[in-house]
Design a protein around this ligand. Sequence first.
Ligand SMILES: *Cc1c(COP(=O)(O)O)cnc(C)c1O
Length: 369
Amino acid sequence: MRVPYYDLSRITQSFEPELSAAISRVTQSGWFLRGESVKRFEKDFSDFIGVRHCIGTGNGLDALTLILLAMKELEGWKDEEQIEVIVPAFTFIASALAVTRAGMRPVFCDVGEDFLLDPYQVEAVITPQTKVLLPVHLYGKTCDMQTLRALARQYNLKIVEDAAQAHGAFYMGKHAGNLGDAAAFSFYPGKNLGALGDGGAVVTNDGKLAEMVRILANYGAREKYTHEVMGFNSRLDEIHAEVLSLKLKRLDEDNDRRRQIAKRYGEEVRNSHIRLPYRRNVQASVFHIYPILTTSRDKLQKHMANAGIETLIHYPTAIHLQTVYSDHGQKTFRNSERFAAEELSLPISPLLSDGEIQYIIDNLNDYKP
Ligand SMILES: *Cc1c(COP(=O)(O)O)cnc(C)c1O
């Protein structure tokens, strides 16, 4: 048997014939940017998340960057103030790059046993320059927002959620994306809600912030050819918006299926060389990624590859150890570094068959280092 990590052609096929019809509507309309399809998706997605505003962007990195730049404009933060943003040391690099691109300084902080920003360590790195907390709902599980929000209130900080892996995830009855001052989503094809290319969105309940994000993403212009702020160009295409509106309708069902698969992994994988951090409590995540931990990762990955099962690593290097951030001091973040060394991601596509899941489980149970 051959089990790819995430079979995008199978997933794309499963939306036919509606998908091709949606694309066709756009090609026939001859209108490809800033049109009705994007407007409709922005409404669909903000209704889904439960927020007042949604602004389509070119990708998730832009969405994060735009939020920070909009806050900077509205709050009057200056580059000379060396504004600091607290970012987990274990995430995809984009979470930190957005901060740097916005002219601020990412301050790294370790994650807890749950892979998420550890609020108790966050407090230790807050300084007078700290203005923003940037929790990442990594792998599809929401962060401890209650504790983070208490810190934000106490120290007068903004919260920007990186929700690029958490489409549809819940925290105390609210969706990821509705848990801070603003949130960024990515619609990269491999995400739980994925376009057929790059795409992203900013969501927020703050009307002023939403307006500033729109201006910044549109060359810094409120009206055509009138430029008040240093903007750039970042927008969601009409074709992707149509595709996303269609795929959004199946998101909850797909996330339920991911949880079902996670439940089976948790109940049926029994191997003393493999740890399953999500063995219990599968409700808490939308499982963009299903992580397991092992101290013999290369061997396990080879064992699975020999059986035709593709696995990936998210992520092999903690952010504070990346060359681009090597000037950020020689700190040690124990959990981040351990997860970078031990994490392996199992296939968790909602379209995996029961037979494929069984095959993955059997091969994990057969493994001996
Ligand atoms: C995918 C991702 C991003 C960036 O999204 P792009 O659309 O690829 O720019 C940001 N943060 C996290 C945690 C991600 O997984």
